[in-house]
Design a protein around this ligand. Structure first.
Ligand SMILES: [Zn+2]
Length: 397
């Protein structure tokens, strides 16, 4: 995955950082293959690989099959060359992990904490949790190379701040990055919860689908857009906010102040509200799912109807962006059968034939772990850009 900043830069595909990426992504596994792919002289490849080995980023992992003579040694990416701290902060439920440089979790925990307690309380708790997890695996804060944090609200990605978040009292423009950057001496990336979920799913997807839309259907509704293999954040980080697309002429007022928003009609909170008005016990998305699982008729119909409304907005998204996959995650995705049936019905009916030829609509593969893995992936993508690797090598030398 190439970050936006990296794409805008004129790339020289033969820097040490480029060679590392070829090894990391499996596109070249020996010094000879690196020479073929980059066109670099054998001595130059050798010199750059030596620097990467000295920095601990590349290791020799044994011999490759050879047609004769001494087998060339296989090069591998050393995922243990550093640690990544990852946090998926939700409205009331958070998941925190310490990962290696492949976003594989080494220690992980979940906790119930109210994001409305404000940044001072939540971030102090997060620091303690990070330190606790590091201690648990006997690793030091000095090994941390990057930190990824997801929050449940709109984020200005360039500055790493939440902007007028509707459910995060006290977080507007709070400098989340500064606190962790100075504590761990590593870059900090902050994005909204849905974007990191999309990144997490893309990270583990095999084979990769380079144009896909991840839709979170929980209390609210939002989407993360991977276009051409790159997360599309838009000019201000607000891309993908499908929850506030007008989905009905109903007068239902949304928390954003407008009428008829998708989220105000088909979000978990909205469905729970309607079920509760009908005398059922439902205060949130999880209660809705529980009622569906118990076979409650009204809940089942409500979720299917919500799926149809979401499908209506997604049909426009499909016509506009032509993704080859739509992945549905969030709490309501647990009522998979009902929700996806409604979505599929409308998307295939209302999108153009060409745009749906290769379109699959599936449920999230990582469930409630996609966010924390995506937070780690976001940090890894940032520190593994060729430019960042080269700077790190220059700093070490
Ligand atoms: Zn709205």
């Amino acid at each position: 995955l190439v970050s936006d900043g990296e794409r805008q830069q004129t790339t020289e595909p033969d820097r040490p950082g480029d060679l590392l990426n070829l090894i990391r992504t499996g596109r070249a596994r020996t010094r000879g293959e690196l020479g073929q792919v980059t066109g670099l002289a054998r001595s130059t490849v050798a010199q750059r690989i030596d620097a990467l080995i000295d920095a601990g980023l590349v290791v020799e992992v044994g011999g490759a099959p050879s047609t004769g003579g001494r087998p060339p040694s296989l090069l591998g990416f050393n995922a243990d060359a550093g640690l990544i701290l990852a946090a998926d902060l939700g409205a009331t439920h958070s998941r925190i992990a310490v990962c290696n440089l492949l976003a594989e979790s080494l220690a992980e925990t979940t906790a119930e904490i109210d994001i409305n307690s404000g940044p001072d309380v939540v971030l102090a708790w997060l620091e303690e949790t990070f330190d606790g997890l590091l201690a648990e695996i006997r690793r030091s804060p000095g090994e941390v190379r990057g930190i990824g944090i997801g929050v449940p609200g709109p984020v200005d990605y360039a500055h790493g701040v939440a902007v007028n978040p509707p459910i995060m009292a006290g977080w507007h423009m709070h400098p989340i990055k500064d606190r962790f950057a100075s504590r761990y001496g590593a870059p900090v990336l902050v994005d909204n919860d849905v974007n990191i979920m999309a990144l997490g799913e893309y990270w583990v997807m095999e084979p990769k689908v380079d144009d896909f839309v991840f839709v979170k259907v929980g209390t609210g509704i939002g989407s993360g857009l991977i276009l051409g293999g790159v997360l599309h954040r838009g000019a201000n980080g607000a891309a993908g906010d499908i929850g506030h697309v007008r989905a009905s002429s109903d007068d239902v007022v949304c928390r954003c102040g407008n009428n008829g928003c998708l989220e105000a009609l088909a979000g978990g909170a909205a469905i729970a509200g309607r079920l509760s008005d009908s005398g059922l016990e439902a205060s949130g998305s999880r209660d809705v799912v529980r009622l569906v699982e118990r076979g409650n008729d009204l809940a089942t119909r409500s979720v299917r109807d919500a799926g149809r409304l979401i499908g209506q907005v997604l049909a426009s998204t499909v016509n506009l962006l032509n993704p080859s996959m739509i992945m549905i995650g969030g709490d309501l995705a647990r009522a998979e059968q009902q929700l996806l049936a409604g979505i599929r019905e409308v998307v295939y009916q209302r999108s153009t034939t060409l745009s749906t030829t290769d379109l699959s609509i599936i449920v999230s593969s990582l469930g409630d772990r996609s966010g924390v893995i995506g937070a780690a992936a976001m940090a890894i993508d940032h520190i593994m850009t060729p430019r960042a690797v080269d700077e790190a090598l220059a700093g070490a030398g």
